[in-house]
Design a protein around this ligand. Structure first.
Ligand SMILES: [Fe+2]
Ligand SMILES: [Fe+2]
Length: 135
């Protein structure tokens, strides 16, 4: 079972951005699926590291674009990105100390964040600047 099912309300209306968001969800679902079995902890740690850097890169570009257009919600939006990155680092620590707990934490910390962030912060940003995405 996938941890996060893509829903139409996550779409921000800019196809390139939606494609990146879908890819992020995909990566998270993949690692969540791997955690169902008895995976090698190093493999999971590696996958979490890759997800973290992929997401951080997406956030950095989005923040750059927000600064460029002078987005009024920049501070709150960036703070919400940082919350997720902090949570992911915590999740990696939890997994390193106790792999069994990793899956539970992934669910607890990540699933809601994505569904809320795409439909709120990102939706507002990309609706206001449909032509200024970061690609
Ligand atoms: Fe965002
Ligand atoms: Fe985004």
């Amino acid at each position: 079972m996938a941890l996060i099912d893509w829903k139409p309300e996550y779409e921000v209306g800019v196809p390139a951005v939606d494609a990146e968001h879908r890819a992020m969800i995909e990566m998270i679902n993949d690692v969540y699926r791997e955690l169902e079995g008895t995976p090698d902890p190093d493999t999971i740690e590696h996958a979490l590291g890759e997800i973290h850097s992929g997401i951080a890169a997406h956030f950095a570009l989005e923040e750059q674009m927000m600064r460029r257009v002078g987005w009024r919600e920049y501070e709150e939006h960036k703070a919400n990105h940082e919350e997720l990155l902090d949570d992911m680092r915590d999740l990696m620590d939890v997994h390193a100390a106790n792999p069994e707990q990793g899956r539970e934490e992934l669910q607890r910390r990540l699933a809601d964040w994505f569904t809320v962030h795409f439909a709120s912060f990102d939706a507002r940003l990309h609706a206001a600047f449909p032509d200024s995405h970061h690609h």
